[in-house]
Design a binder for this molecule. Structure first.
Ligand code: SF4
Length: 700
């Protein structure tokens, strides 16, 4: 591991709390403490920080940290623990085949960690059973991009938000979930009068400065954007020149013209006012996030949005484009190295034999699987029914955060062999491990991350790791060596891994792809250490720019594809037993299952306990008063929450935040209520449309 920086030296790094990827300046005090300020030179934030970023120093304490490996409940040495992991994975593969092994990883891994995990599973173990909690976050956007553009490529940049005249937020509470981007948007609005439209069943903080809020029905996104496409056509607002660079417009238009706008759940006049606003502004950015992605029709919703931008050529030029914002700090880096069950590294395709053989040759690997592995929900089902017998979970807590969480917890508990790498052994998932491996935390490890607008930034070590904790790439590489693949995993520094990964990206050009960061493959260690934020593409002619404004796409014919989309309601249907629709999501000041943010008193003071938002009329019917405890039942599980009565909710719909766990609030594990229904294209679960009943439990 790289040595921690000397105390007192200010070190540039990247905030780990969301996909905005803000730069931070860190100064260690030599006593384990840290001073943090926003990096004025980082292009994502120019010195700004949000509440979570500015509280980073309060969340690096060592309380609860895992300091040594634990094998079957007893502290062990690294040698014993890693040999056991290597032996059990090797034996499992020998006895049951490579698909009996799986890795479930995290968008909080650094790109170098992700690269090694993906290479070990896909290249050497010989299975594609590596998936990530990013599957729960942005898989529908990945699928939508691939269908429309030919690759998973985000067209725009953060600057587009500041150059747009109209910014549409769809299923995105940008004010709470990507706060620095929201700050940038509000600053642009103050300067140039940018108009904001929010499309979301809930009235959120992002509506405060919006011209218009369409409080659509859950799943009403496709009717909204089909209406927009139809109105663009009827209003003569199509870009015919740009359409010549696309395929499939007629089918998409036919689907849009026959789409029933009433299914959006708002008055058609309101929908049309939104369409008029769109047509009145040449520069439109549509930002979308979990409200779009976390749905059984998530990929179709994404393509409904992309269709409108393609039809008007509002893509890839300043102030224009569809923009998927990712939740996790390195969800994008994971996509780039292929850390999902249906992807190959460097935006190459697992299903393409030429791509597979190029990657296999580069890695010197025995084989690369020709079929996708199991995506997150399928993966835990295969754990539950015994098809997967050796599972390695890295920096994530699926016993709490997967849909149908009670069943996932039981599956992990029943699995033959479970390894968990994490910074703490106190998560619901870590408690189920046969082998627990202590990993370095954010401020203790070196590597790179990529944010939502494709900017690669360095994360740098400033604090020593506690006990014998090690970086994830190092743990994974050591297991690779012990499984017999010494040469392929002979890494000593993250810089070596980054150089290899950057060199691999150089082969993409021969397949007509533009993910080429090979310009960074000859960085020496000092160059890697000093690497400044760099947004790809890094090819000489397209430095850091946008994609697709030139009408060049990555399908074999170079054209974009329209996808015809029709409305599909959420999979679970409300009925007399379960009359409410449950939406789930983040709150402003917590992160995931609070393993780090709960260490900060001021972050915990924002919203201190789990709750359920419910409309006043629904509360009155149920006899629920403010602050009453309510019991929430779904077909999958149950939870007890504090009622908050608010007309920010639509009638018949309730909302609960997803951060509390078996550790922090055993009765409030929200994902125990969420069913494991997934989008058939992306495999992303429908985390925002469970059906529940609510009963008053007791007065406060
Ligand atoms: Fe960190 Fe995201 Fe806040 Fe930036 S916006 S400081 S990356 S949590």
């Amino acid at each position: 591991p790289a040595p921690a920086a000397h105390a007192g030296t200010e070190v540039r790094s990247t905030c780990p709390y969301c996909g905005v990827g803000c730069g931070v300046l860190l100064t260690a005090d030599g006593q384990g403490g840290l001073a943090v300020r926003g990096d004025p030179d980082h292009p994502a934030n120019r010195g700004r920080l949000c509440s979570k970023g500015s509280a980073l120093a309060e969340t690096v304490g060592l309380s609860g940290r895992l300091r040594a490996p634990v094998v079957n409940g007893a502290e062990a040495g690294w040698d014993e623990a890693l040999q056991l992991v290597a032996d059990r994975f090797r034996d499992t593969i020998a006895e049951h085949g490579p698909d009996a092994a799986a890795f479930y990883v995290s968008g909080q891994l650094l790109t170098e960690d992700y690269y090694v995990a993906n290479k070990l599973m896909k290249g050497f173990i010989g299975s594609a059973n590596i998936d990530t909690n990013s599957r729960l976050c942005m898989a529908s956007s990945v699928a939508g991009h691939k269908r429309a553009f030919g690759t998973d490529t985000v067209p725009g940049t953060y600057e587009d938000l500041e150059q747009a005249d109209l910014v549409v937020l769809v299923g995105s509470n940008l004010a709470w979930c990507h706060p620095v981007l929201y700050q940038r948007l509000l600053a642009a609005r103050a300067e140039r009068g940018t108009k904001i439209v929010v499309i979301d069943p809930r009235r959120t903080a992002s509506c405060d400065q919006a011209e218009m809020h369409l409080a659509i029905a859950p799943g009403g996104d496709v009717p909204v954007f089909n209406r927009l496409l139809a109105r663009l056509y009827e209003g003569g607002a199509l870009d015919k020149e740009f359409l010549a660079r696309t395929n499939g417009f007629d089918d998409a238009l036919r689907a849009a013209l026959t789409s029933d706008p009433d299914l959006a759940g708002v008055p058609v006049a309101q929908l049309d006012a939104f369409c008029d606003l769109w047509m009145q502004h040449d520069k439109v950015v549509t930002i979308y996030s979990q409200g779009v992605n976390q749905s059984t029709s998530g990929s179709d919703k994404v393509n409904a949005i992309l269709n409108c931008h393609l039809a008007t050529g509002r893509i890839g030029t300043p102030g224009c484009g569809p923009f998927s914002v990712t939740g996790q700090p390195n969800a994008m880096g994971g996509r780039e190295v292929g850390g999902l069950a249906n992807m190959l590294a460097c935006h190459l395709d697992l299903e393409n034999p030429d791509h597979r053989s190029a990657v296999r040759e580069f890695w010197g690997a025995p084989s690369v699987p020709d079929a996708p592995g199991k995506k997150a929900v399928e993966m835990f089902r295969a754990v539950g029914d015994g098809r997967i017998k050796a599972l390695w979970i890295i920096h994530t807590n699926p016993a709490v955060t997967m849909p149908d969480a009670d069943a996932v917890r039981a599956a992990i508990q029943g699995c033959d062999f479970v390894v968990v790498s994490d910074i703490t052994g106190a998560t619901d998932t870590a408690r189920l491990a046969d082998v627990l491996l202590p990993a370095s935390a954010w401020a203790e490890k070196d590597g790179t991350v990529t944010n939502s607008d494709r900017t690669i930034s360095r994360q740098r070590s400033v604090l020593p790791a506690p006990g014998t904790a090690r970086p994830d790439w190092d743990i994974l590489a050591e297991v690779g060596r012990r499984m017999g693949w010494g040469t392929a995993f002979d890494y000593e520094t993250p810089a070596e891994i980054f150089r290899e990964y950057a060199a691999l990206s150089g082969i993409t050009g021969q397949f007509g792809r533009d993910f080429d960061i090979s310009a960074l493959s000859d960085l020496d260690d000092a160059g890697y250490d000093a690497l400044s934020p760099a947004r790809w593409p890094l090819t000489p002619t397209r430095q850091g720019g946008r994609f697709f404004g030139d009408g060049q796409f990555f399908h074999p014919d170079g054209k974009a594809r329209f996808i015809p989309v029709t409305h599909r309601p959420p999979a679970a249907r409300t009925d007399r037993r379960y009359p409410f629709r449950l939406n789930t999501g983040r709150i402003r000041d917590q992160w995931h299952t609070m393993t780090r943010t709960a260490l900060s008193p001021r972050l915990s003071a924002h919203l201190a306990e789990p709750y359920l938002d419910i409309h006043p009329a629904d509360a009155a019917e149920l006899g629920v008063s403010p602050a009453d405890l309510v019991q929430v039942h779904s077909p999958a599980g149950q939870a007890i929450l504090r009622a908050r009565i608010t007309d920010a909710q639509r009638r018949g719909e309730v909302f609960a935040p997803m951060h509390w766990t078996g550790e922090t609030a055993p009765s409030a594990r929200i994902d125990a209520l969420v069913p494991g229904e997934t989008d058939p294209v992306s495999g992303q679960p429908e985390s925002k449309a469970a059906v529940v009943r609510v009963t008053r439990l007791a007065a406060a």
